[in-house]
Design a protein around this ligand. Structure first.
Ligand code: SAM
Length: 461
């Protein structure tokens, strides 16, 4: 990882100098400038990280691959560690700042992430941050403040970080108190600690996980996923072009398998795109109908299936109202949710989601689930899942459904064929993973997304 002053950016500085006739920008300016702009989009405009990274492609002068990776690393660190960075910066900002201060906060956050967590040389970080401040109309008057604050953070940063409660500071209060109430204080802390660790890459392979693990330099997990510490473009990894595997967190690979043997069955994959679970169902020999309301995301699903050489019928429809021509043998509903179980992979989530989002999504899940049940034949199996840690999006949906319908019952999930750990299947018919529940000696190979999965059967033959 390029963590020096941002290799590859010299050409950007020279080009800018030639164009404007102004003095040369410091090496690495373009990368840090993009970081501040990306962070602004996420923190002030609530745009998801994946979408803001599109700014990388729209850059006036394209960034070198090293610089692109550096931008991703800074932004991800800034989001993951924002509570700690803000706490460190605040110690040296002695008087309140006016509301109008341009990109100052994002520039300081970009600088703080590098100084405190990325071992980037302090002089480069501070020079660039001061130049960014000078060039931003709204922040210009704070250039000497940026200089003084970042210098002090550079000097005292290691001691400050050593004394901080990292898990607590980086977790919003509302999420911390919900997790403590539902899972207990120790689990809430363990979850938050796992979020600080950059997660490994998990793959679902069509066959032979042991051989692929060896070929790719990773490990085969007991669940059958292949886990790699590898970084960089997944398209460049062995087996991508031939469609031997797809990217899917080890927990995300469990719900489709909870359906059991589905070979030859008609299976509905509801809220299917981009198709990680569709691929599993098709690979298991089912006739799959993949339904999603987003035509754009369904297009991606079709591309993914084509690369993998797998087939599924696709339908663009709203699953809260859609009716199939005939009932299905099995239904998988992977409902949209707050995705608080995936914070380690998406460190923007705590900065984007609010309690009101939870309420809205829980209501949508209720409507999706109620309609999904109507698509199931008598005697058929329904699997409901979300990648959320919040009970409203998991167990409470199932409790409500069971209280309203006497033709459905929870059916025990056998952990053995799933390679599931005992703590994931503590109540019959429910599987629940928490982010810290797949420990490993090497922290970089640890963790699993937080998923809720329920298996229900409709009575009758
Ligand atoms: C959690 S993602 C699904 C991930 C997918 N199952 C996979 O494994 O790759 C949720 C999906 O729900 C879709 N969605 C949201 N509301 C919907 C609705 N009312 N009807 C159909 N699809 C919906 C979104 O477009 C999104 O693709």
């Amino acid at each position: 990882m390029a963590n020096s002053a941002g290799q590859g950016a010299t050409s950007v500085s020279q080009a800018t100098k030639r164009k404007s006739g102004a003095h040369a920008l410091p090496t690495g300016f373009a990368a840090r400038d993009l970081c501040a702009r990306i962070l602004r989009q996420i923190l002030a405009k609530y745009q998801p990280l994946d979408e803001t990274l599109g700014l990388l492609d729209g850059a006036e002068t394209p960034l070198a691959p090293n610089d692109r990776a550096f931008v991703r690393a800074i932004v991800s660190t800034a989001l993951r560690r924002k509570g700690q960075i803000d706490d460190a910066l605040a110690r040296f900002i002695t008087s309140p700042l006016p509301d109008k201060r341009g990109l100052l906060d994002e520039i300081l956050l970009t600088g703080g992430a590098q100084l405190l967590f990325m071992e980037t040389p302090a002089h480069a970080v501070i020079n660039i941050a001061v130049e960014q401040t000078r060039r931003d109309k709204g922040a210009r008057r704070f250039a000497s403040l940026a200089n003084a604050v970042l210098r002090r953070v550079a000097g005292a940063g290691a001691d400050i970080v050593a004394a901080q409660d990292a898990a607590r500071l980086n977790t919003p209060d509302w999420l911390w108190s919900r997790w403590a109430a539902h899972y207990g204080d120790a689990a809430a802390r363990a979850i938050a600690e796992q979020h600080l660790i950059e997660p490994p890459l998990d793959l679902t392979v069509k066959a032979d996980p042991e051989r692929w693990a060896e070929r790719l330099g990773g490990i085969a997990l007991p669940t059958g996923s292949v886990r790699l510490a590898a970084r960089g473009r997944v398209e460049a990894l062995d087996g991508y072009g031939e469609g031997a595997w797809w990217v899917q967190d080890a927990a995300a690979a469990l719900p489709a398998r909870v359906l059991g043997d589905i070979a030859g069955q008609r299976v509905a994959d509801l809220c299917a795109a981009p198709g990680g679970k569709t691929a599993q169902l098709a690979r298991a020999g089912a006739q799959v109908m993949a339904v999603d309301q987003s035509t754009k995301r369904l297009e991606r699903l079709r591309e993914n299936m084509a690369r993998l050489g797998l087939t599924a019928e696709t339908v663009a429809a709203d699953v809260t109202t859609w009716r199939p021509d005939a009932p299905f043998d099995a239904v998988l509903l992977d409902a949209p949710c707050t995705a608080t179980g995936t914070i380690r992979r998406h460190p923007d989530i705590p900065h984007l989601k609010r309690p009101a989002d939870l309420e809205k999504l829980a209501d949508l899940q209720t409507r999706l689930l109620d309609n999904a049940v109507t698509m199931l034949r008598r005697g058929g199996v329904l699997v409901y899942c979300t990648c959320s840690l919040e009970p409203e999006e998991g167990i409470r949906q199932i409790d409500r459904l069971l209280a309203q319908r006497d033709d459905l019952s929870l059916e025990p999930i056998d952990p053995a064929p799933l390679g599931a750990r005992p703590e994931w299947t503590r109540s019959p018919g429910i599987l629940r993973t928490l982010p810290h529940q797949l420990p490993a000696e090497d922290p970089a190979m640890s963790g699993i997304d937080g998923f809720f999965v329920a298996r229900l059967r409709k009575s009758g033959a």
